[in-house]
Write a protein that binds this ligand. Structure first.
Ligand code: SF4
Length: 635
């Protein structure tokens, strides 16, 4: 009996897998994106693809796309029969495969369903129709769709990458629609990848001379949500900067003259990889246990692991950090790094160091594929997307001009925070005066909030029936008067946590209030989810709802903060509030409510406004919770 040769050999010590595969002649966005996720997984998908299981998103997505294509032929029909269309879509795809002579069957054979029966056309069609149920084409753009092309196949050289793709739907207004049958990605990198795909479509359509693209949108048909992509030249350039290393990496690793080395990039997605159980660096998570179960296992003869007799498997990161072994420059292996490490550098030492467990192939110089930027086509395309000035005479992209730093960039303490000149929340802004009595609680029925209500303007329409509000407080302890500060430079000292965060112009960086200000903005960064320019507005909204909920629940114990409503809070008043225990507890309550709220709900678009709405809702919920607790104690 002939022994089966492994097709993938893992080298955990160097964080790569060895495999041989044909060099691709072109690349789709999903192939490049798959490479960026993990080159090892990319090659595993080619060599050891996972068997298809019932409910496969790939199969259901293919059928749903075919049904949507058919629906687009009669866009005036606002209530398509998705059951009939998914069945017709299967037939359409089957005819195409037969005409082409290659391709995957739209419905895979021999896939058992949970009841043991083999899934047939009707079963897959029904499951796909469930995803489309209730969807109308006019949901895509909020108006009747005017499709001028569906499933349009495109091939073009974009910045030296021979790209290929199929555009789901193009509207007469020059808007590209990409149908998505999954959820809106909860994470920023997922949404960025979806947007990258739309930018690729823009570049393909325009490079191929088909049309000018005026907009591009992902439409999540099952969840009735959508997300527009920024398809500006700058965003396209950004996308290309990610795809280029992927294409370059593919060229280096594949083909008869390729290195045959594919870097491993463990992530939370490992469980869904075809070689999840065999890969020594896989990061398997409980949520993916079922998916991982159907992957190739370590005892499968088609996979092998180098150096398994050695002392266990370490992650690449731990080897880098423990300094036991010089780090292999993974970046160089996937492209985007200098060709050769300079002698005397860490990377150079790593390249020169003899490896204990390494095949001769590893010591051989890495052969790079052709640099697409130096081909005439690549340069012409780069000039288009990057601008002629951005392309050097050798075809390389030039560095953008560094921007001079503003004084505020240099010194964060130098920027004065001016109190708002006419703050309606604090008409006595220039005097040290106790806070106003607690504003009246809103009436049980919906009506506009009063001007004195801290939720006014902040939480429009606030009128939820209130559990017994905190009692009127004629005798409530008055907050320590807070003098609005004039701003100006601060002197930072490290005092005690329980000491005021701000005394005059001395900032106690160990103060509770200052720490809470930092943590509120760290929370804002989490909620901004990769949008750096959203951190400040989200941080300000969090401060507003914390204060508003606290003020409404605790009454006049919570001091006024001049300027907060307008986004320019008096810093002394703000830090005095943040130093307080009610502020800490309110912040915790807001955070707990936001943590329990999914980042994006069905039908919710990924915008700053939607984030701010969530925060305001959490503010209302926080007040309700605090008021209920206070009522319980006061009863
Ligand atoms: S298990 Fe993870 S690290 Fe290993 S090849 Fe698959 S995706 Fe890459």
């Amino acid at each position: 009996m002939t022994a089966i040769e492994p097709v993938m050999t893992f080298d955990p010590a160097h964080g790569v897998v060895h495999a041989s595969t044909r060099r691709p002649s072109h690349a789709s966005f999903s192939a490049l994106d798959g490479w960026l996720t993990c080159p090892g997984r990319w090659v595993a998908n080619r060599l050891l693809p996972k068997p298809i299981e019932w409910g496969s998103p790939l199969v259901l997505g293919g059928i749903a796309h075919a049904a949507l294509e058919l629906a687009c032929r009669t866009p005036e029909n606002q209530s398509p029969d998705w059951g009939a269309l998914t069945l017709a879509g299967i037939r359409l795809e089957r005819d195409r495969v037969a005409a082409r002579g290659w391709g995957d069957e739209p419905v895979p054979a021999g896939v058992p369903m949970p009841d043991g029966r083999e899934a047939g056309d009707a079963d897959w069609a029904r499951a796909a129709a469930d995803r489309l149920s209730g969807f109308a084409l006019s949901d895509a753009l909020g108006r009747p769709l005017e499709p001028v092309a569906m499933e349009q196949e495109l091939h073009a050289d974009v910045a030296g990458i021979p790209l290929t793709g199929s555009v789901d739907c193009r509207d007469a207004a020059g808007i590209v629609v990409d149908w998505k049958t999954g959820r809106v990605p909860a994470r920023a990198d997922g949404r960025r990848r979806h947007a990258d795909q739309l930018r690729v479509y823009r570049m393909l359509l325009e490079t191929a001379g088909v049309c000018e693209v005026r907009g591009a949108r992902d439409v999540y048909v099952e969840h009735r949500a959508w997300a527009d992509a920024d398809i500006s030249d700058a965003a396209c350039t950004d996308t290309l900067s990610r795809l280029h290393p992927a294409w370059d990496g593919m060229l280096r690793a594949t083909g008869d003259d390729g290195t045959g080395m594919f870097p491993l990039r463990p992530s939370g997605l490992c469980s869904w990889c075809p070689v999840a159980r065999a890969c020594p660096l896989a990061r398997l998570i409980p949520a993916g246990a079922r998916a991982a179960a159907s992957s190739v296992g370590p005892d499968d003869p088609r996979v092998a692991v180098m150096g398994t007799h050695t002392a266990g498997v370490e992650s690449f990161e731990s080897r880098v950090s423990n300094g036991k072994e010089p780090a292999l420059d993974l970046l160089a292996m996937i492209g985007g790094a200098p060709d050769a490490a300079a002698p005397g550098t860490d990377a150079g030492a790593a390249a020169a160091a003899p490896s204990k467990r390494w095949s001769p192939a590893a010591a051989a110089p890495v052969r790079r594929g052709p640099d697409p930027w130096v081909t005439p086509e690549g340069r012409a395309t780069a000039a288009k997307w990057l601008g002629a000035d951005a392309v050097g005479t050798d075809g390389s992209a030039t560095e953008p001009e560094p921007k001079p730093a503003t004084p505020a960039d240099d010194d964060p303490w130098a920027k004065p925070v001016a109190p708002a000149p006419d703050d309606p929340w604090n008409p006595t802004k220039t005097e040290s005066k106790p806070a106003e009595p607690e504003p009246e609680p809103a009436a049980p029925e919906a009506k506009p909030a009063k001007a004195s209500d801290p939720f006014a303007g902040l939480m429009p329409g606030t009128a939820a029936p209130e559990p017994k509000p905190a009692a009127p407080e004629p005798k409530a302890p008055e907050p320590a008067p807070v003098k609005p500060t004039a701003g100006g430079p601060l002197r930072a000292v490290e005092g005690k946590p329980f000491e005021p965060s701000l005394t005059g112009t001395t900032l106690n960086v160990a103060g509770y209030g200052f720490g809470q200000l930092l943590m509120t903005h760290a929370h804002a960064a989490v909620l901004a989810d990769g949008h750096d320019d959203w951190v400040a507005p989200i941080g300000m909204e969090l401060l507003k709802v914390q204060w508003a909920a606290g003020r409404k629940a605790f009454g006049a114990r919570v001091p006024d903060i001049p300027g907060l409503e307008k986004g320019a809070p008096d810093r002394a008043a703000l830090l005095a509030w943040l130093d307080s225990t009610p502020s800490r507890d309110t912040e915790r309550a807001v955070r707990a409510l936001l943590d329990a709220d999914p980042m994006l709900k069905a039908g919710e678009s990924d915008t700053l406004d939607s984030r701010l709405d969530r925060i305001r809702a959490a503010g209302r919920g926080t007040y309700t919770a605090l008021a209920a607790a206070i009522t319980l104690i006061e009863a």
